[in-house]
Design a protein around this ligand. Sequence first.
Ligand SMILES: [Zn+2]
Length: 79
Amino acid sequence: MIKVSLSDLILIGMAGGVTLVCALWLLAVIRDRRLNRRIRSNIVFCRICGSAYHNENPSDISVCPVCQTPNERNTMSAI
Ligand SMILES: [Zn+2]
């Protein structure tokens, strides 16, 4: 049987907790970046009136709700 002192047990518990918190934080960051990328990919800027709107359709061409002009899907760069 392996003998572990109380201080080692506390240290192992704290290390495991820190590792768990870091892993959950990393997963939250990855999920947030994916969500932001998906939201940005659905935003279309009208080439005529300059308004921005969401395009939920999978097609590359959407119609501006303000001026009814067909626009191509464009990509927004990250800030
Ligand atoms: Zn427009």
